[in-house]
Each structure stands twice: as C-alpha cells, then as structure tokens.
Ligand binder design. Structure first.
Ligand code: ADP
Ligand code: MG
Length: 333
C-alpha cells in the first residue's frame, strides 16, 4: 500500500500538452536519440510522438496500455532510486481511455518487424497486428476527449492549446541537447533541432527556442564548486521585456520548479540588477544524484536536496558573481 500511495495517481491528461509531455518522457526513457512530435489542430485532433528508442515487444504491447503496468519499477527500493522520468504506469492507460490511441512499435533493427495495437476509449482491440515500423515507437492520439464532452469543452482555442504544447516541447528540448527534436503543427515544421552537446549547437538550439535576442543579450556561465556545477544562460537587463515565464531550471536534466532554487536566483538578480525586472534564464544544475531526490512530487517538478542550504548558497553566489562581473556599473544604489 505504501508503494501504491507513493505512486499516487495524478490526473495526467489535462490537455494536449500533458499528453505530449507523457509521450515524450516515455520516448526519453526508451533511450531515443531522435523524437518527433506532430500535431493537428493544436493537438485536439491528432498528437503523434515518434521515437527511435528501444521499442516495445509484441507481447508487451497490450500490457503497455493497461493501468499500473510499468516496466520501470519492481519495488519500493527501485522507486527510491528511480532514474527514469515516468514510473507510475498509468499515462498510456489514462490517455487511451479518453482518446483513440494507436501504438506501433518495433524492438528489431529490421523495419518490417513492427506490431500495432489500438484502443478507443476504454475499449482495447484485443488483437496485436503486424505493422512495419523502424526500431522505436510511434504513439498516435486522435480526438482527445472524444468520449468525455465535459473535458473536451475545457479545451481552449487551437492557438492556446498549441502554445501550451510548444512550451512543453521547449522544456523537453532544452532538457536534452543530445536528442534530436522535430515539432510539426498542421503539416508545418516549427522546430527542427539537431542533436549535439557542443557549444555552437547548444547555442543554436537556445536561439531557436528562446529567440536570437535572448541569446545575444544573455550571459553564459559555467561554474563548478566541489560536486556542484551550474551552467547555462542568464538574461541581462537589455532583455527586460521578455516574458516572466522564460525561466528554465534543470536539475540533472529534469525541469524543476523549486522554491529554494527560485529564491536563490531572485536574490542574486535583486542584489545585482535593477529591481522590477523578470529574470530570464536557462540554467542547468548538475549535482551528485545521491544528494538530490527528484521524485518527491508526482508531477516531478519538485526536488529535495539533502543539503538545501549548500545548494542555495552555491546558486546565489555563482549567479551573483557572474551577474556582478557582467554589469559592474549598473549596480543599484
Ligand atoms: P510509465 O512510463 O509510468 O511506465 P506509461 O503508461 O507511460 O507508464 O507507459 C507504460 C509502459 O509502456 C512503460 O513502462 C514502457 O515499458 C512502455 N512504453 C511506453 N512508451 C514507450 C516508448 N516510447 N518506448 C518504449 N517503451 C514505451
Ligand atoms: Mg510514462
């Protein structure tokens, strides 16, 4: 029961963006090197996530759609040390219960060896049929909430839903430079981001996702103290009109919204720069996985550091130093 509680079922399907997030996290967990996201009508009509990861074996295909079937944990000990993004084993089940879902996967290098299973609402077609597919998985979600009109009614305009998807995509693509990404909406390619961890390709991705003007005015930093490393880009005052939500913080590659982290960053900005500006940043904190607990919250946006004080001080002093050096004359008095 403790395990069941800790895997407390959360509402995973709220809108197209949450479907994209779950499907992409599965693709990341499957070790993909290339992930394509395709949408129609902001995702309300169609969402397709295609990856080149491990694929799913024929026998496991129906299982993947059933509730609490996860291949990712076997025990509480596993749960505590879980390294994968998804671990509740309910995303595909939940999504398939409110859409027309098709899952095609292949574990084989031979592109003729794929298998397909479909589900419509709670109805899963019992048959797994052959379907050619390169190694990897494609999940297609059509007509989200077709059988739950009340929830369908809560979907906003195509533009708004698409905006949420793009934001989710941005976070995911910023979290993994080593994965190539494609985002398509209504047959148009919106983002095509080649994989690569070298500085030029990282910068090209930042510019593509956050805008040239952010990159050109941002300060790049990379600081290491003991087992802690902080790197990324922080916006300087010239970029002051940027939106408040352009704040991206990753801990060991995962998006994190954390009060301690937010506080340290806010303090550093406030100390060095003019007041009333929204800090804009893309920052990556790398810490020993043993000193951070990433799965505290089911939505996984929160972390718990063993030594929060130390992390806070490191963030504050790193940012403070970097910002002060970049803007020595602009300190507010
Ligand atoms: P969870 O990710 O929490 O395990 P999901 O419902 O998201 O649960 O997925 C169920 C299972 O289906 C996963 O544990 C995994 O074994 C398999 N799966 C889903 N998507 C993929 C994918 N893109 N590639 C490989 N396996 C997948
Ligand atoms: Mg999952």
């Amino acid at each position: 029961p403790r395990l069941a509680n800790q895997i407390a079922a959360g509402e995973v399907v709220e809108r197209p963006a949450s479907v994209v997030k779950e499907l992409v996290e599965n693709a990341i967990d499957a070790g993909s090197t290339r992930i394509e996201v395709e949408l129609e009508a902001g995702g309300a009509r169609l969402i397709r996530v295609r990856d080149d990861g491990s694929g799913i074996a024929e026998d496991d295909l129906p299982l993947a759609l059933s509730r609490h079937a996860t291949s990712k944990i076997a025990s509480l000990e596993d749960l505590e040390g879980v390294a994968s993004l998804g671990f509740r084993g309910e995303a595909l089940a939940s999504i398939s219960s409110v859409s027309r879902l098709e899952l095609i996967a292949n574990v084989d290098e031979d592109p003729c060896h794929g298998w397909r299973v479909v589900a419509e609402g709670r109805q899963m077609e019992p048959r797994v049929t052959p379907a050619p597919h390169p190694r990897g998985t494609s999940v297609t979600v059509r007509d989200l909430f077709f059988n739950t009109p009340a929830r369908r009614k809560f979907l906003r305009t195509e533009k708004t839903e698409y905006g949420h998807v793009e934001e989710a995509f941005r976070r995911l693509a910023l979290s993994r430079f080593d994965i190539a990404w494609v985002l398509r909406h209504n047959q148009k390619t919106v983002h095509q981001l080649p994989a690569g961890n070298d500085a030029p390709r990282r910068e090209r991705r930042i510019a593509a996702l956050l805008g040239r003007s952010f990159l050109d005015s941002a300060l790049h930093l990379d600081l290491e103290v003991g087992s802690l490393r902080l790197w990324g880009w922080v916006g300087l005052p010239t970029h002051s009109r940027a939106q408040a939500d352009q704040q991206y913080f990753f801990v060991n590659g995962r998006v994190v919204r954390d009060r301690l982290v937010a506080h340290a960053i806010r303090q550093a900005y406030r100390d060095v720069l003019f007041h009333g500006r929204h800090p804009v940043f893309v920052l990556y904190l790398e810490v020993d996985p043993l000193v951070v607990d990433v799965n505290v919250h089911p939505t996984k946006h929160e972390v718990r550091f063993r030594d929060g004080r130390m992390v806070h001080d490191f963030l504050f002093s790193s940012l403070h130093r970097a910002l002060a050096e970049a803007r020595p004359g602009e300190r507010e008095t």
